[in-house]
Design a protein around this ligand. Sequence first.
Ligand code: GRF
Length: 260
Amino acid sequence: MAEINHALSWTPRGSNPLRVVVLASGNGTNLQAILDRFRESDRVEIAGVVSNHRMAPALDRARRDQVRVAVFPRDGYQGREARDRQMAAWIRKQNIQLVVSAGYLEILSPEFVDQFRDRIINIHPSLLPKFPGLNSIQRAHEARVWRSGVTIHFVDEGVDTGPVLKRRAVWRKPGENLSHFESRIHSKEHKLLPQVINEVALGKIKIGISQSDGLVRETRKERLARYLDQFAAMPKKIASALGPARTRNHPHSAAGAGHH
Ligand code: GRF
């Protein structure tokens, strides 16, 4: 296990700000939301930004704010593990307590995850465990879900599988197109991520301790939405249970099902 003693000596609400490194691969609008929120803050300091792409616009956003940047492109190393080892070493030098993966589109190696266990959070544009992985907003839209949303979770060795910290729903409006739905989900992300980082800095969300007890605190609204989802899925379940019999009696009924 790597040394993270510097992190353990930090206490929320102490005189030192929470030091954060952000990982970003692309555009970096989530990074921008974080920079904007904490630019003048004495509670949170963005100590560095790391990317795997030399040309990532996220790097320019960081440079504009005079935030230190580092790039670890995959082709510059002998494999992902070697690259992640260098990346972890650079991050440790920044003396940080929290790693925020904000649109970092590569899987972190198990060794990296272990070095910063319970100190890496990730933002994902769906209500996990639904639609993990890439293109989540598009897949949710194509699946015609009633609601999708945003999840912030601790990173473990899986793909979008770690303990959930916060989820926020975004309801799909009738007939809403993908780009509109997408932009509403992104706006939700831009609010939620700085909020969670702030809560870490306030000590309301604990980092660096085992999260194995599961963290999802479902709000009443979320519980109601979950029941509604189950309720909405019922006719489908009943139809599929009755399916073969109905198909025998009404050979064209399956073709009509998609219009409902
Ligand atoms: C966000 O939707 C984030 O949830 C996902 O990748 C996207 C990154 O967007 N993991 P940006 O680079 O922050 O604009």
